[in-house]
Write a protein that binds this ligand. Structure first.
Ligand code: LLP
Length: 390
């Protein structure tokens, strides 16, 4: 990932910046395609993970659909030439303007999360003399066993229509003549590494489908969302997520009815490993019990550690240059922090690094998903830039 030419290039660019290795992205997409095509599964890329034009253009070339959660994401997908017939639009709080925009572009499907939302989409579609295709996002009450902030499929979460509401929602749906029910949608959470959570989802979806069949309602599409996790600890050993096991699990446990299509919405597993946040050490400072390595990147560039105590592997890039030198065996412990005026602006405590000096380049790995898109201008910081491998 970081050969001498690449590091020399980094040295000539002002830090901090995101570096995207497009070969890694393409290898990941090759694996997604190979494994999902085995079962004719349809994969939508979740733009919320990374919405860079370069990245989107590559993903689009692999003929993935687009999973959007705001009007601007729908707009971005349309501008990047994702076919409107392959765009899905989810989110608990779609505004009228966002719905109207999506209606005007005849997107494939609105994933609807409440009864009132269904009524509003029906009304807005009627005003345009259109029929909106919708899927019911059902909260399956399945535990994703992941961080509580990125768990979405439990009744206590705000997402989706709860199972106990289903009867009344389906009854009301019959009266909403400008809506066409084309599918069911589920998403239980993100960074899921224990595949048994997906097995539990399949079992719940099978039960829910049987209920619809008993009501003589045909469901053409089942969308099982995203959530496949990546290895933040060993990004080089496990560069590509285990798409083979993931898709096979749905093939084995999901009861697919004749003619039915199965959809996925993957974000993190597609883009996480291709992105790295590159920054420079500004200062080394002695603390009471530790040394601080103060970087020129902080929570404004990569918010995940501050927000979710998320782990990102931290490397001093000289490890790729001084290979074999004795310096490599001598580790020192540093609290690696950013420059922002918040104590939570810390990327890692007691991190083992070779002796580190002002000016050294530091890599925060596995930052391609939910990194740059969640960056901010807090403290009036410049917005972070991105560079790409050739
Ligand atoms: N579909 C829906 C309805 C979603 O809400 C999400 C993610 C996805 C698909 C894509 O999930 P993925 O395959 O990327 O796990 N900012 C957090 C992650 C938030 C995920 C939100 N929803 C983080 O940095 O970990």
């Amino acid at each position: 990932m970081f050969d001498t030419t690449t590091i020399n290039k980094f040295n000539s660019i002002p830090t901090p910046f995101y570096y995207y290795d497009l070969d890694v992205l393409k290898q990941t997409l090759d694996a997604v395609k190979k494994e999902s095509d085995k079962y004719n599964f349809i994969v939508h890329y979740a733009l919320k993970a990374n919405a860079n034009n370069e990245i989107l253009n590559i993903i689009k070339a692999y003929h993935l659909g687009a999973d959007c959660v705001s009007g601007n994401e729908v707009k971005k997908a349309v501008e990047c030439n994702f076919a409107p017939g392959h765009i899905v639009f989810a989110g608990v709080g779609k505004s009228d303007a966002e719905i109207n925009y999506a209606l005007d572009h005849d997107i494939f499907c609105f994933n609807c999360e409440s009864l009132q939302e269904l009524e509003v989409i029906d009304e807005l579609a009627k005003a345009k003399n259109k029929t909106a295709s919708i899927a019911l996002r059902i909260n399956p009450n399945v535990n994703a066993n992941t961080h509580k902030y990125i768990t979405t499929g439990l009744e206590e979460n705000k997402f989706g229509i709860n199972l106990w509401e289903l009867e009344s929602v389906v009854a009301r749906l019959q009266e909403l003549s400008n809506l066409k029910l084309i599918g069911l949608h589920f998403h239980i959470g993100s960074q899921i590494t224990d595949l048994t959570s997906f097995k539990s989802l399949c079992i719940r979806v099978n039960e829910i489908q049987s209920w619809f069949i008993s009501k003589k309602i045909t469901i053409e599409n089942i969308n099982v969302g995203g959530g496949l996790g990546v290895d933040y600890h060993e990004p080089d050993t496990n560069r590509i997520a285990n798409f083979e096991a993931y898709f096979k699990l749905f093939h084995d446990f999901l009861e697919v009815r004749p003619g039915q299509k199965v959809h996925f919405e993957l974000g993190r597993a597609i883009v996480a490993q291709c992105g790295t946040l590159i920054s420079r050490v500004l200062y080394i400072k002695k603390g009471l019990n530790t040394n601080f390595a103060i970087l020129d990147a902080g929570m404004t560039e990569l918010m995940r550690p501050a927000l979710y105590q998320a782990y990102h592997k931290i490397e001093n890039l000289k490890k790729y240059q001084d290979a074999g030198s004795k310096n490599q065996d001598e580790f020192h412990k540093y609290d690696v922090v950013g420059p922002i005026c918040e104590s939570s602006d810390c990327f890692g405590k007691a991190v083992n690094l070779p002796e580190t000096f002002r000016g050294d380049l530091i890599a925060l790995r596995t930052a391609g998903a939910y990194g740059e898109v969640m960056s901010s201008a807090y403290n009036l910081r410049d917005r972070v830039k991105a560079i790409y491998s050739e």
